[in-house]
Design a protein around this ligand. Sequence first.
Ligand code: ATP
Length: 361
Amino acid sequence: MAVFKPENVEDFYEIGEVLGSGHFAQVRKVHERATGTYWAGKFLKIRKNACSRLGLDRSRLEEEVDILHAIQHPNIITLKDVFESRAEVVLVLELVTGGELFDFIAEKENLLESEAIEFMEQILKGLGFMHSKNIVHFDLKPENIMLSDRVAPHPNIKLIDFGLAHRFHQGEEYRSSSGTPQYIAPEVITSDPLSTAADMWSIGVITFILLSGLSPFQGDTDDETLRNIIVMNYEFAAQHFSMTSSMAKDFIQKLLVKDPSERMTAEECLLHPWIKPITRTQVAKRNRSSINMKSFKKFNARRKWKMSYNMVWMCNRLVRLNLLCKGRSEADPLERQCESDVEDGESKPASLLRRRLSSSS
Ligand code: ATP
C-alpha cells in the first residue's frame, strides 16, 4: 500500500509554473528544496463527501498511486512522492520536458514510417510491461503520450496519466464506461468485461491517426463516434493513405478488431513485420512509406484548438460554480457541500463527465 505523506508539500518543494491541467488535476513544475531537482507536481482535488461530484475518491487515487509504484519502466512516468492534505493529494512525478509526441511530430516537414515506428516501438514496450503486470491504462490518447526531452537525438517516450488505469486481480471481471470517445474500444461502450486488449484498440486508433491525420471513427458528435465504433465503420481512404505501406495497414487491421481476444497484444505488435521487419523488402517498404504530414498537421491543430476550447469551457464552469457557492453561503453546511457540486443542473456521473470533457472530438 502506497504511503501518502501528511506533511505539507511546500515544506519540501517550491511550487512553480503550471505545466498542464486535466479534469481534476493541475500539474505544476516543482523544485525540490533539498536537492535542487525539478519535478512535476500533480495536484488532485479529493472528493469532499459521498454526495459530491467534484474531485476524486481517495480510493481512486490510491489505485493510481499503487499502479505507478508497480510500473517502473523507461517509457512510463515515474512517481517519486505522494503528499496528502485535507482537500488534495499531490503526486510528485518525474518531470517531462519534451511535450506531447504529436506536437513534436507536427513540427516536422516530413516523417518516414520507419521514424514513426521508433516511437510506436517505445509506446508498445511501455504498454507491454504494464500489461505483463495486469495493468491497463484505459485512456491512451495523444495527450497522454509525451517525450522526456525533445532535444535528445532519439527522444524517449513517456506514458502519463494513470487516472483511469486499473490493475486486474486473478479472475476479476472489470467493466468501465470511462475514456475518450475517439479512442475507446467497442467493449467499453457495450459495458462488456474489459482486458488489456482495450488499450490495444486505442493503439490501433492512434496509429491510424499518426499515419493519415484522420481519426477512424470520428463523427460529428460523440454519440455518432460511439456508433461508428460499434459498427466498425472505418476505411483506409485512398487519398489519405496513399503514402502508407501495406504492412502498416495490416498492423492497424489486426488491432481494430471487434473481438478483444482476436486483437494483437503488445508483445505480438512488437513482433509484427511493420515494427520488426525480417526481410530486406520489408525494411525497404518502411523506408519508402511516410506519414501524411499535411493531413496530420491539420488533425493536430484541430486537436489543440479543441483542447484549449475545453479548458476555457471548464474554467468558465468552475468560475460559475464558485459564484454559486458564494451565493449559498447561508445554507446548511452539509447541503451547501453537496449543492456546491451541482454542475449547471446537469446530472452526469463523474465517469461520463470525464468522458465528455476529455473528448477531443
Ligand atoms: P485528464 O483530464 O486528461 O485525464 P489529468 O487530470 O489526469 O488529465 P494529466 O493528464 O496527468 O492530468 O496531466 C495534465 C497535463 O499536465 C498533461 O496533459 C501534461 O501536459 C501535463 N503533465 C502531466 N504530467 C506531467 C509531467 N510528469 N511532466 C510534465 N508535464 C506533465
